[in-house]
Design a protein around this ligand. Structure first.
Ligand code: UT7
Length: 336
């Protein structure tokens, strides 16, 4: 049975760490508020010289090294991000060029927090159909350059961090589904009627004349806007739905899952889902404390951290789910 599997992961976060107390010097917030409401303790933010493709490249190089393959074996590059290097071309093109893979297709996925699972789903289809044998997926974000770091930005800016994660997905012949590494299924969804509940309105062609003007910038129209409560309520509904779809399709019981690697928007969201499914604490791997919400980079960062922490081992059954702007949501069930 031809299936895709994850060959290896890699990650990279920029060295500069900002604790909640550092953030409290920029805006009216506190370590206590951020920890209690989100679980975040610190985040990594880039310096002025770093772009999203820089982070993606470093994470990709680690993933290639861990997979033990030559980069020339890569048939496709997919990059999930909401913080592109430039308006166009897609950031996957910058990454592909820097990896030195001219001619290989390069695809951007712009599904924000669900972007990495969307990318896994796309890669899984290309591999299952026999079109490609090895696909590099990176999730990378430089959030910090898109955050209002003045007192006006506190509702959003405390939540996000910079970083990148990457995996190599490869074709595999599955003979024993209970043992062999492979992706069992992916499930992707969206409901664009909620688009303006979490979005960055500008630059964009909804603007009357130019995609952005100096007045727009002065009015702060380029900063992300979020209705946090609506996002929260929908996240705790949609992520379990997407997980259930994966369990039902594959006839898997919750207790069969060895590790849950969720998107990291808020520790309270993940705790609520774990409680709803009766998942013991040791089976949920959270990274939000160290990295905050790194959007499309979150799940591959979680994978790589879990591997290095000895929590994610070959043969384990893993369930991932994500929810975010769009609204988009997704899940994936895979044997590592
Ligand atoms: O990756 C997907 C995208 N994001 C999410 O999934 C986020 C989902 N939403 C959330 O995680 C939560 O809604 C937040 C963490 C964003 C907010 O938590 P909350 O418990 O819903 O707080 P709230 O928005 O109701 O705000 C409570 C209070 C308000 O003050 P008043 O009106 O009670 O006086 C806010 O003005 O906290 C205030 N507040 C802050 N205080 C200190 C809002 N942001 C901050 C802040 N520091 N950074």
């Amino acid at each position: 049975m031809l299936r895709s599997k994850i060959l290896a992961s890699g990650m990279y976060v920029p060295p500069n760490v900002y604790t909640n107390n550092d953030i409290a010097k920029m805006m009216d917030t506190s370590d206590e508020w951020i920890r209690q409401r989100t679980g975040i303790e610190q985040r990594h933010w880039v310096d002025e010289t770093t772009a999203t493709s820089d982070l993606a490249l470093k994470a990709s190089e680690v993933a290639l090294k861990n997979a033990g393959i030559d980069k020339k074996e890569i048939d496709m590059v997919i990059l999930a991000t909401l913080s592109p290097d430039a308006e166009f071309p897609g950031t996957a093109c910058f990454l592909q060029a820097r990896l030195g893979l001219p001619g290989v297709p390069a695809l951007d996925v712009r599904q924000q927090c669900s972007g990495f699972l969307y990318a896994m789903s796309i890669a899984d289809q290309f591999i299952r159909t026999g079109t490609y044998k090895k696909i590099l997926i990176a999730g990378a974000e430089v959030q910090s350059k898109g955050l209002d770091r003045t007192p006006k930005g506190r509702e959003v800016s405390v939540l996000f961090g910079d970083g990148a994660g990457a995996i190599i997905m490869g074709a595999t012949d599955v003979t024993d589904a209970k043992k062999d590494s492979h992706v069992l299924s992916t499930h992707i969804h969206a409901d664009g009627t909620y688009a303006d509940e979490l979005w960055a309105p500008l630059p964009g062609t909804k603007n009357p004349k130019y995609r952005i003007t100096a007045e727009d910038v002065q009015a702060g129209k380029h900063w992300p806007k979020m209705n946090g409560k609506t996002v929260f309520v929908n996240a705790v509904k949609r992520m379990p739905e997407a997980l259930m779809a994966a369990f039902e399709l594959n006839k898997v019981k919750i207790e069969d899952v060895d590790l849950f690697l969720f998107h990291q928007a808020n520790l309270r969201i993940n705790d609520m889902i774990a409680k709803q499914f009766n998942i013991p604490d040791h089976k949920v791997f959270n990274t939000i404390q160290k990295f905050a919400n790194t959007t499309a980079a979150t799940i591959p960062i979680g994978m790589d951290e879990a591997v290095r922490a000895g929590k994610l081992k070959k043969g384990m059954l893993v369930a991932s789910a994500a929810f975010g702007s769009g609204f988009t949501w997704a899940s994936a069930l895979y044997r590592w």
